[in-house]
Ligand binder design. Structure first.
Ligand code: HEC
Length: 164
């Protein structure tokens, strides 16, 4: 293991200049990845409801509506505030560490570090906006906010209201 360290270091140093790249091309790639990977569906309230017509200035500000399930309640983070004081290395480690559903952590972990960096630089270029999402709640507590249950429901108990 120790003998691999110099190689890991060389690999990291080789990647570092590419990841520090904040050129217009990298930012545009980050925007493209955010759009095709569906980040806005959860992190940008109103995006899915407007069929993607939400102005870009309102993107990725997080949601006060939680997702409840066996994990408790999770909230799609305000990414624009999150990256403000988070160096790129911490962003990469945050993604490696993973967290609560329904955030597609495995999908983000499967992204190349360059793609993750491009998303980071794009979010940073958007600038800070909006409020922090609530902190996640552990299971077993009364739920303090609006929430979307991620638990299978009985097919005969629920009727979906038209337009609701
Ligand atoms: C299905 C909903 C959903 C989608 C789609 C989604 N997220 Fe998330 N995201 C969440 C939730 C919920 C959390 C909070 C998870 C937790 O507490 O561990 C989260 C948390 C995060 C965090 C951690 C922020 C922090 O400060 O700790 C990052 C980074 C993130 N998402 C990035 C993304 C990116 C980039 C995409 C698109 C590739 C994306 N997410 C797509 C729901 C989603």
């Amino acid at each position: 293991m120790l003998r691999q360290v110099p190689f890991l270091l060389v690999g990291w140093l080789a990647l570092a200049p590419a990841m520090a790249d904040t050129s217009a091309d990298v930012i545009e790639r980050g925007r493209y990845l955010v759009e095709i990977a569906g980040c806005n569906d959860c992190h940008s309230p109103g995006y899915a409801e407007s069929n993607g017509q939400l102005p870009e200035t309102a993107w990725l500000q997080g949601s006060p509506v939680g997702y409840s399930g066996p994990w408790g309640v999770s909230y799609a983070a305000n990414l624009r505030l999150a990256v403000e004081n988070m160096p790129l290395e911490a962003w990469q480690l945050r993604i490696e560490a993973g967290g609560l559903p329904p955030m597609p952590w495995p999908a983000m972990r499967a992204m190349s570090t360059e793609d993750r960096a491009a998303i980071y630089h794009y979010v940073k270029a958007l600038g800070p906006a909006g409020d922090w999402a609530p902190a996640a709640q552990p299971p077993g507590e009364p739920i303090r906010t609006l929430h979307i249950p991620f638990v299978p429901q009985n097919q005969d108990t629920a009727v979906v209201k038209a337009g609701g």
